[in-house]
Design a protein around this ligand. Structure first.
Ligand code: 5GP
Length: 236
């Protein structure tokens, strides 16, 4: 498969066309941003780790019946994925209070919750990805009711599969963000990435943070945390 023109450059990834119109090439960068691009930096080796961790977890999800955009890993940083049009929503799944939920509701980080919480944000950097609900989504036609049902079902399945898998590796899945896309025939599949950039991973025993919060909050040991996640998931 031949790499062609760059289609898009995001904060953490570049996307290139290929000679197959249904397939694009994603290249993961070491660039890190936080707080809607206000904080910028580099996390050495992050691109390679996020590429491999995402693909590892997407393969696991496919095995459990969640369709994803993954086609084939090409190299350390590059992967072929199915071309989709992204549903303009970030789906956030929360098992334990942390981050913006803790702030909004005045809950100590780490407070357990009686039920998994799903949130939606409208993907718009200029607006700071505002939180929206299913009424906004229907009113603005960001997704049909049937698509949103599928998205919620897949999101909860992802939570169950990843939560069970990570527990055995002494990692608690606190929360994470997913994005979905539509293929040419309108099928909804999981897209984007699943990595320490997009999930909160806490060590089950020490409660140590093993994710991008180390960068966001200047906790130090950022690269080590990403390495540790890769080691626990992939044994290296
Ligand atoms: P919070 O809303 O607490 O900031 O984030 C909840 C979860 O979703 C965290 O695991 C966080 O990493 C992820 N998340 C939410 N929004 C974004 C985003 O714009 N970019 C990335 N990389 N992750 C996000």
């Amino acid at each position: 498969m031949e790499k062609r023109d760059q289609l898009y450059e995001g904060k953490a990834k570049k996307v290139f066309a290929t000679d197959d119109p249904e397939v694009v090439l994603v290249s993961y960068k070491d660039d890190a941003t936080a707080f809607n691009g206000q904080k910028k930096g580099t996390i050495l080796g992050k691109g390679a780790i996020n590429n491999r961790v995402t693909n590892h977890l997407m393969r696991l999800l496919e095995h459990h019946g969640v369709p994803t955009h993954l086609v084939r890993e090409l190299s350390e940083r590059e992967t072929l994925v199915r071309r989709v049009s992204i549903v303009p929503l970030e789906v956030i799944v929360r098992n334990v209070a942390a981050g913006s939920l803790s702030k909004r509701l005045g809950l100590a980080e780490g407070t357990p919750m009686q039920k998994t919480v799903l949130e939606f944000c409208y993907k718009d950097d200029a607006l700071g990805d505002p939180m929206v609900n299913e009424y906004h989504i229907a009113a603005m036609r960001w997704a049909t009711e049937a698509e949103l049902d599928t998205i919620c079902r897949y999101s909860l399945k992802v939570n169950q599969v990843l939560g069970d898998y990570l527990k055995d590796l002494n990692i608690q899945l606190i929360d994470f963000k997913l994005e979905f896309g539509r293929t040419a025939d309108g099928t909804v599949i999981l897209a984007d990435e699943i990595s320490p950039d997009t999930c909160r991973f806490w060590d089950t025993v020490t409660r140590e943070k093993l994710d991008k919060d180390r960068f966001r909050r200047d906790l130090g040991g950022v690269e080590d945390a990403y390495q540790e996640i890769m080691k626990r998931l992939m044994g290296e």
